[in-house]
Write a protein that binds this ligand. Structure first.
Ligand code: ATP
Ligand code: MG
Length: 214
């Protein structure tokens, strides 16, 4: 067992991880944006990359189908982190988990009055915990994407979603009304793999740690 598999999602995670991998001496032989391959060989014959949906990365690592992975804190909170060692915040794919509502909606006053709000989100666990901590009763509606639409068509009063520039909110006449937490991506490691494959994983961990931008 001297081979390792690293699970990544394409797009911003892959793009932001490539320089870290390079610092660890690992380079993909194909570009996941143009290749249809889901298993990518690298310049190192004992390291391969698998390309999975961002929210599936923790699952592949939890079950040991991948030894390492890179996943957003948003995704890790929804997954729960079972079986995962999370040694490094890589400080990449940074954004913020926010509550957002229509520009015309007086969120603070609704909160003060103890109104029961309908919240649409892909991030049920995070939203549930946030509103529970505020002592608010909310009805959560699970969506898989395009959360910004929900308040515009009366599906929800507000949304919980990731925001970076705020341009998507603005384009849909929404505003951020509350920050839940800052989000970045972390290196995750299968707990058993870390013990069994330490000689190959440890140098990768150290190279990543050196290469992180603070
Ligand atoms: P999919 O787009 O496949 O439905 P996803 O939105 O979870 O899934 P990505 O868009 O690739 O996947 O995002 C991957 C990770 O990058 C997210 O889990 C999050 O941590 C972070 N992220 C998401 N949106 C942004 C953003 N606008 N700016 C910076 N980081 C973001
Ligand atoms: Mg996305």
């Amino acid at each position: 067992m001297t081979d390792i598999t690293i699970a990544l999602s394409k797009g911003r995670i892959f793009d932001d991880t490539a320089p870290l991998l390079k610092a660890a001496g690992i380079e993909a032989l194909d570009d996941p944006e143009s290749s249809r391959k889901l298993i990518l060989a690298t310049n190192r014959n004992n390291v391969r990359l698998i390309i999975v949906r961002a929210s599936d990365v923790p699952t592949y690592v939890q079950y040991g189908a991948a030894d390492l992975g890179i996943a957003g804190k948003d995704v890790l909170l929804e997954h729960g982190g079972i079986g995962l060692y999370q040694p490094l915040d890589l400080n990449i794919a940074r954004c913020r988990m926010m509550v957002a509502a229509p520009e015309s909606f007086d969120y603070d006053s609704a909160v003060r009055k103890g109104a029961r709000l309908r919240i649409a989100t892909k991030y049920l666990q995070t939203a549930r915990e946030h509103f529970a901590n505020k002592g608010m009763h909310v009805d959560l509606i699970k969506l898989y994407g395009s959360m910004e639409l929900a308040p515009l068509v009366g599906l929800a009063d507000a949304i919980v979603d990731l925001v970076s520039s705020g341009n998507t909110l603005k384009a849909n006449h929404l505003k951020a009304v509350e920050e839940i937490m800052p989000i970045s991506s972390r290196l995750i490691i299968n707990q058993a793999a870390l013990k069994l494959k330490r000689t190959i994983i440890q140098p990768v961990l150290e190279a990543f740690s050196q290469a992180i931008e603070h």
